[in-house]
Write a protein that binds this ligand. Structure first.
Ligand code: CU
Length: 494
């Protein structure tokens, strides 16, 4: 909180005015304190007891208060610290403390008011993606409203006659690229048939964040961090379902790439798009659905096959984290130049591509101070020429990370194509302990070494295993202070 205030003061040159006004910031911190907490019960109502509320793993639920016949929500656009992977905390922009922002759930026919406060250092505007609402509520900056200035507020209010998987996002393009989106679920008046037992939402985002830097490059066209709900695999929370349950997953994409999302072990049908429910006559079996930019896709399946099944984007580069060109070669050769003069260090290249041998390991590493292109850097204990036993390298082993023996053949270095540019020697990266949580209980040891980027599990569990995980989850919840932003959602339907 203090940092955020300092950030605004420093970045904006804001004086006491905004920065010292405590209530503006208190709202974002407590996210619901002072609001009518009766909504806890209302979540379950949805006008129909058959309805299952949607879970967005790793993302909070936005509470509301009731004002007459209006559901009132409060969103705060602000800089956030988002831990996308254990220890990798990056500076994004989001809503109410996270990127993506909290999930909003309403019922078809609801009258909704959304108060949007802008705590960003620049103007913003909120667009309600796919909503059929009056033009002046559309959030298109310039054409339907003045942008919301820093420190400003805009109040949106409309009645929603639609149903389906929608989302809200900033309508400033560069703000979209640093995190500013959230899910907006409209539950139908009449429950969908067949009824789903579990209903999940996953938002896909991608960031270009160079090593040693915490701020994404919003103009980049290539991405090295790929996230589901603000977490890169294996840090995201698996979807836990009972054997035999019908499962709906709502996939939402806002970035620069289209993502073919693939589920192992099951066939699913696509039952909805960003325009709402599709007629059953259009449902055909598949196991991969292309979720284009600005689209949503609902998929449904019966979890008929027990096991831990991967759910992931199938673009190979999106199944990796922190893709850095030359990682492979650096791990196997005796040294690579790492350090450039100021201009090139900041990305202004005179020659060669950003991934060339001379530029690749050096870009974004520094300002050229105290480093020269002549200096070679040893980046890994895995030099083929002087292999060092792992136990002699305690510094190379972050706590909780299991550095396995690289599983490569003796003559690997003589095989053309080895090592590949971003080759991470898989098991080295296993971090089971760092991401220990109830939902991961019982996974095969070392599982996390091969989960990266847009990748998680659908865990189809027999009743006893399912109960065990729910029990663990309850215990863990018991140790925490009450979370105001996750109102009763966890224990209502399980
Ligand atoms: Cu992808």
């Amino acid at each position: 909180m203090k940092n955020r205030r300092d950030f605004l003061r420093n970045t904006l040159g804001l004086g006491a005015g905004l920065a010292a006004s405590p209530h503006l910031f208190a709202a974002s911190q407590e996210s619901g304190a002072g609001m009518d907490m009766k909504h806890m019960d209302q979540v379950a109502e949805h006008g129909n007891s058959q309805m299952v509320s949607v879970k967005t793993p790793d993302v909070a639920q936005l509470p509301w208060r009731t004002d007459g016949n209006v559901k009132e929500f409060h969103l705060i656009a602000e800089p956030v610290k988002q831990e996308i992977s254990p220890g990798r905390i990056v500076d994004l922009w989001g809503y109410n403390g996270s990127a993506p922002g909290p999930t909003i759930q309403v019922n078809q026919g609801d009258r909704v008011r959304i108060i949007v406060d802008n705590h960003l250092p620049e103007a913003t505007s909120m667009h309600w993606h796919g909503f059929e609402i009056p033009n002046e509520m559309d959030g298109a900056p310039g054409s339907t409203q003045d942008p919301i200035p820093p420190g400003g507020r805009y109040i949106y209010e409309f009645t929603l006659h639609q149903e389906g998987t929608y989302f809200y996002h900033s309508h400033m393009a560069m703000q979209e690229m640093v995190g500013m989106i959230g899910a907006f679920i409209m539950h139908p008046k009449e429950p969908y048939k067949p009824r789903a037992d579990k209903d999940f939402a996953i938002i896909m985002q991608e960031y270009a964040i160079l090593p040693n830097i915490n701020v994404p490059n919003s103009m980049n066209m290539e991405f090295n961090w790929l996230t589901f709900n603000g977490k890169s695999g294996p840090a995201n929370t698996p979807l836990i379902v009972r054997h035999g349950e019908r499962v709906r997953i709502r996939l939402i994409n806002l970035g620069m790439d289209h993502h073919p999302i693939h589920l192992h072990g099951h066939q699913f049908v696509v039952t909805g798009t960003e325009g709402g429910r599709q007629p059953q006559s259009t449902w055909g079996p598949g196991n991969t659905v292309l979720v284009g930019v600005a689209q949503s896709r609902d998929v449904e399946f019966v979890a008929s096959n027990p096991g831990d099944w991967m759910l992931h984007c199938h673009l190979p580069h999106h199944m990796m984290n922190q893709m850095s060109s030359m990682v492979g070669p650096m791990s196997r050769r005796n040294g690579m130049p790492a350090g450039l003069d100021m201009e090139r260090g900041m990305g202004m290249l005179r020659q060669g591509s950003a991934t060339s041998e001379e530029n690749g390991p050096s870009l974004g590493r520094g300002m050229g101070v105290g480093s020269t292109a002549e200096q070679t850097m040893s980046n890994s204990p895995l030099k083929a020429e002087n292999p060092m036993p792992q136990q002699d390298m305690p510094d190379m082993q972050p706590q909780g990370m299991q550095m396995g023996k690289p599983d490569v053949s003796k003559d690997a270095n003589s095989v053309p194509g080895f090592p590949q540019d971003a080759f991470m020697e898989g098991p080295m990266m296993a971090m089971d302990q760092m991401i220990d949580k109830p939902e991961n209980f019982g996974l095969r040891p070392g599982w996390s070494g091969f989960m990266a980027g847009m990748m998680t599990f659908v865990r189809v569990l027999p009743q006893d295993k399912y109960d065990e995980i729910m029990e663990l989850r309850k215990k863990r919840e018991g140790n925490k202070p009450m979370k105001m932003d996750m109102p009763g959602m966890e224990h209502q339907h399980e």
